[in-house]
Ligand binder design. Sequence first.
Ligand code: FE2
Length: 96
Amino acid sequence: MLLEIFKYCYEYSFITGENMYAKEVENTDLKKARQSLIEELEAVNWYETRLAEAKDEKLKKILAHNRDEEKEHAAMLIEWIRQNDPEQDRVFKEHD
Ligand SMILES: [Fe+2]
């Protein structure tokens, strides 16, 4: 499978003159940030669900606090992505 991917990248780069492998390496940090953002937002949802189901008031406070921290983590990642992906930054400013 990996060999096929490399072969595809090589053939694509031959056709387009683009070095897809170099591009892939270049974008690694962006991909990590995007995936981390997905996971932070999923964590917000998990905390929301648990918060809705919890009975103990003290636990509910902890879960709400943790949920809000996950929102902060998501915001930090969005900020980083905007600083490192000009197109993403542009659409934040110019979307419909
Ligand atoms: Fe987090």
